[in-house]
Design a protein around this ligand. Structure first.
Ligand SMILES: Nc1nc2c(c(=O)[nH]1)N[C@H]1C(S)=C(S)[C@@H](COP(=O)(O)OP(=O)(O)OC[C@H]3O[C@@H](n4cnc5c(N)ncnc54)[C@H](O)[C@@H]3O)O[C@H]1N2
Ligand code: MOO
Length: 381
């Protein structure tokens, strides 16, 4: 539902490649030329024309040069990556040749030892001009940037990243020091800020908002973000104001609690669009840190990835080494360790365990026995 509610990805923007990591390609990346763009030497040695021995002729052909044609029966020294001259038939690498008195000989001149095209990387060997290299929706990673540069790109068309503002709700939250006087340290600002960044969102601010509906209403209504993420205040406790505020702002709630533990009070709200027509969404994460992580992995991340135009792989299924206990009626999200080709439950599943676990296992109601395949949600450990 989170993915579906995103609708179309955000519009494309054209960026310098250095600004593009973490965005998704808005168009397929196609080769702008043949790669390699011309026949090139695969080795340091000599480029030769016809069968040997060869008369050595002219200077070195360095990489980047546009060499003169090579006459039959001659050879010139050449560097790896240099363009081979017209008339070249093969490259003889340094170790296999002997140059003396202006003549180059092959050290093992048995017939067929230097076939045509030997150690030449022919033009277009890697790809042909126009050939698709990566589909739209691919996340731009360092490897993608290397490929795009090799293929001749100076600009990349990528989807705009969703702007996300994080509102941390609760008078009890401390930003520094040891928890004291009944107050707790905010664990969610430090957890969510880099997580959202890793999933391709553009940070649009992090604010602490006290237990007061007025400032919360104003913060949500005035936000210029595509998605506001709140933490805490999703339940119906004495100072849980989120539902009331969303109602005041005329929001609809496509998701208003989920049959999952932890995280069941999570919600997704759609506010009336901004004056410029921009859609405004709110993801309400429960305050308990493990519940907030469950809501991030299942609701916030899928919404943000789809808004950002990313095509993500299907979730992985792995067998569990031991039985995983379930909830009687709801799906359970259980932090598990990922060891080799299976998952193992942690000795405890409290919030502090999240940092040890690499994944959340999706455990259906009633639990699963050892050996069952379980779906895994990735956590940015
Ligand atoms: N009568 C009921 N009470 C509760 C229910 C219920 O079904 N009926 N559900 C419980 C569950 S499950 C959860 S989860 C929480 C959700 O509560 P809220 O989203 O309203 O969160 P808060 O009440 O504001 O806080 C809950 C808990 O989390 C701590 N917290 C909040 N923010 C942070 C933060 N940034 N860093 C660290 N810890 C945080 C907060 O201090 C509370 O201890 O409701 C249950 N109650
Ligand atoms: O299900 Mo709450 O969401 O336990 O932490």
């Amino acid at each position: 539902m989170a993915r579906r509610s995103a609708g179309q990805p955000l519009p494309p923007v054209v960026l310098a490649p250095g600004d593009a990591p973490g965005h998704a390609l808005a168009e397929p990346l196609a080769a702008l030329c043949d790669l390699p763009p011309s026949d090139t030497s695969a080795m340091d040695g000599w480029v030769v024309s016809g069968p040997g021995p060869w008369r050595l002729y002219g200077g070195v052909v360095p990489a980047g040069a546009d060499p003169e044609p090579l006459r039959p029966g001659t050879a010139v020294p050449i560097a790896t990556g240099a363009r081979t001259p017209p008339g070249a038939t093969a490259v003889l690498c340094r170790e296999h040749g002997e140059a003396r008195d202006g003549v180059l000989r092959h050290r093992s001149p048995e017939p067929g030892a230097l076939p045509a095209g030997h150690d030449v990387r022919p033009r277009g060997q890697e790809c042909r001009s126009g050939e698709p290299l990566l589909p739209a929706g691919t996340t731009v990673t360092p490897a993608v940037l290397g490929l795009a540069a090799a293929a001749g790109y100076d600009r990349l068309s990528v989807h705009r990243r969703p702007r996300v503002e994080l509102l941390l709700l609760g008078d009890e939250l401390l930003q520094h020091g040891i928890p004291r006087g009944g107050r707790v340290r905010d664990a969610l600002g430090p957890l969510l800020t880099p997580w959202l960044d890793l999933c391709g969102a553009e940070p649009a601010g992090v604010r602490m908002v006290g237990d007061d509906p007025g400032p919360l209403r104003e913060a949500v209504d005035r936000s210029a973000a595509d998605v506001v993420i709140t933490t805490g205040s999703t339940a119906a406790g004495p100072v849980d104001f989120l539902h009331g505020v969303l109602n005041d702002l005329g929001a609809t709630l496509p998701v208003d609690s989920v049959a999952v533990r932890p995280g069941h009070p999570m919600l997704l709200a759609e506010l009336p669009p901004a004056r410029d027509g921009q859609a405004r969404r709110v993801v309400g994460l429960p305050g308990n840190p493990l519940a907030a992580a469950a809501g991030t992995a299942t609701l916030a991340v899928p919404l943000l990835r789809r808004l950002g135009g990313h095509t993500d792989p299907e979730p992985r299924l792995l067998p569990t080494a031991a039985g995983l206990p379930g909830h009687p009626r709801d799906t359970r999200l259980l932090p598990v360790l990922h060891t080799g080709h299976e998952v193992t439950p942690l000795p405890y599943d409290g919030p502090a365990m999240l940092a040890l676990a690499g994944r959340l296992a999706v455990v259906p109601p009633g639990g699963v026995p050892a050996g069952s395949l379980v779906e895994l949600l990735e956590l940015p450990v």
